[in-house]
Every structure is written in C-alpha cells, then in structure tokens.
Design a protein around this ligand. Structure first.
Ligand SMILES: [Zn+2]
Length: 291
C-alpha cells in the first residue's frame, strides 16, 4: 500500500479532494463494496469512533462496478485478514527485513529454547539482530547476529529452495481452494441481506434477526479468511524462476516485497547462539519451511 501511495505521489495522482493518497485511505477504498457496484451498510454504535473496514453488503446498485464482485470479495477477505494486518504493520515500522522471523533458540535455565523473536539493534553502527529477552539493554550476552550477513544468507537459502522442480510443480497446480469459499461467501451474504430485509419488513423480530444472523456471520468470517491463503501463492508466482532470475527480480523489490517472500516461504528461522570460535557460521540457522 505505501509503495503504491509513494508512486502515486511522485506521479501527482491525488484523491478526488486533491489530497495525496494515504495507505489507510487506499485500503478503505479497495475494501469498499462500491467499487464492485454494490452497496454496504456499516452499523456504528454511538460509542464507537472508528468505522470497521467491512460493512454488510446490502444491495446491488445501478452503477457499474470497476472490478467484479468476485475480485471485490477476494480483496475484502485479504484486506480484513488480521494476520495480514499484523504483518503489514510490522513491515512499516521496521527496516530490518527479518525482525520477528528470526527466533532465538538459546537454551533457558530449564533447558527449553528461548523462543523470542529477534529484533534489529545496531551496535557501534553495525546493524545486528538480537534477542530482546536478555538482561541489560543492548542484548549483550544473548543471541545476536550480523544483520547484513544474515539477510544475505537467508536470501540465498530461500532462493535456492524456490529454484526447485518440486516448488514449481506445486505452483503450476490449479488452486486447491477452487471457487468454494467464494460461492459460499456470496450465498451467505445473500442470506444476510434477506434476513435484513425480513427484519426491515417486520417479518421477524430484532431478536430473531440477531439469532438467525449469528451462524451465518460466523461461517462468513471463516470463509473470508480462506481466500487470503492464495496471496502467498501470488507472491511466489510473481517471483519464481531460475536462481539468477529471482536474484535479479528481488534486487528491484522494495523492503515489504522482500519481506513478503520470506513470510511466504518460512514460518520462522531459528537462530542458535554464536560459537565464539567461529566468525560466520551458517549452521546456526534452522529454517522452519512452510510446506
Ligand atoms: Zn533469547
């Protein structure tokens, strides 16, 4: 979102009101039902200051959609996925590519691994990842690793893994999800619309409306979280190629795109404490691959 906004700012593209696009406004616009020619209703209680991202779709309208309803449903699912939001917020705050992805596995007093996500913290101007779960302020004595070398090592390992026939085959396979969730989401939305109409026409009471809505809304929430999984495939499809191809393409990417490659391929990377006798030891890193 922020890279799109930056690009638009450079090209002088503004909102209708003539102000520069902000990521939050872009997100709201993309998630809105109106760009697919539909109308949504967001009930807002008096004590709530902010409107939730998604409203209930209440009607098809007379204006033509810029994107299809199916595309809109996918966008709405993707943008309202709480997992994604956490990842995105993480990427805008830090410039260390692997913050939170690297996990300290230094044994604690009881022998179990520390498990803390490592964060970027330079020492004497040298960027490093350190385990924050260490007494003292600068992570002295805890697990630490040179950020530049670690970023390069992780890049090489991930690109090598992506340059495999098995992965390419998996990406060529048609989407497992099929259109199942979309059809169900549409049906559930229609059911909610109908229930709202019945309540509006006083066919059912408010209480009956609330009770009838609950299971439908729960199923909707579950299904909406499903299509977001395919965004991972999209990230990898945009990158996959020979090792050299991928290296070249990755060089042109920005920080958040690079981070998307990491989070699409590994759940975490375990980092063992450094061996003081070794300068650089790639064996300290254990990759927890997403199958
Ligand atoms: Zn630790």
């Amino acid at each position: 979102m922020s890279s799109i906004c930056r690009d638009w700012q450079e090209r002088g593209i503004t909102t209708v009101a003539g102000i520069p696009w902000k990521p939050s406004a872009l997100r709201r616009m993309l998630a809105s039902a109106r760009i697919s020619g539909r109308r949504e209703h967001t009930p807002r209680s008096s004590w709530e200051k902010t409107r939730s991202l998604l409203g209930e779709i209440v009607a098809d309208t007379v204006w033509p959609g810029i994107i299809s309803r199916e595309e809109s449903d996918r966008l709405r699912a993707l943008l309202s996925d709480p997992e994604r939001r956490r990842r995105v917020e993480g990427t805008t705050r830090r410039s260390y590519l692997l913050s939170g992805v690297l996990r300290c596995v230094k044994p604690k007093a009881d022998g179990t691994p520390c498990g803390h996500g490592m964060v970027g913290r330079p020492r004497s101007g040298v960027p490093r990842y350190v385990c924050p779960n260490t007494r003292g302020t600068d992570g002295r004595g805890g697990t630490a690793t040179n950020a530049g070398k670690t970023d390069e090592h992780v890049r090489d390992v991930i690109l090598t893994a992506l340059d495999s026939p098995a992965l390419r085959k998996r990406l060529q396979r048609p989407d497992d999800e099929g259109n199942g969730p979309y059809a169900e989401i549409r049906a559930d939305e229609e059911e909610l619309e109908e229930l709202a109409r019945d309540f509006g026409n006083r066919k059912i009471s408010r209480k009956e409306w609330m009770i009838a809505r609950q299971p439908v809304e729960e199923r909707l929430a579950r299904n909406r979280a499903k299509p977001a999984k395919t965004s991972r495939t999209a990230v990898l499809l945009a990158l996959v190629g020979s090792y050299e191809d991928m290296r070249e393409r990755r060089e042109k990417m920005n920080e958040s795109q690079r981070r998307a490659i990491v989070t699409a391929t590994v759940r975490a990377i375990e980092v063992a404490p450094a061996n003081p006798r070794k300068r650089w030891d790639p064996d300290r890193f254990v990759f927890d691959w997403i199958a």
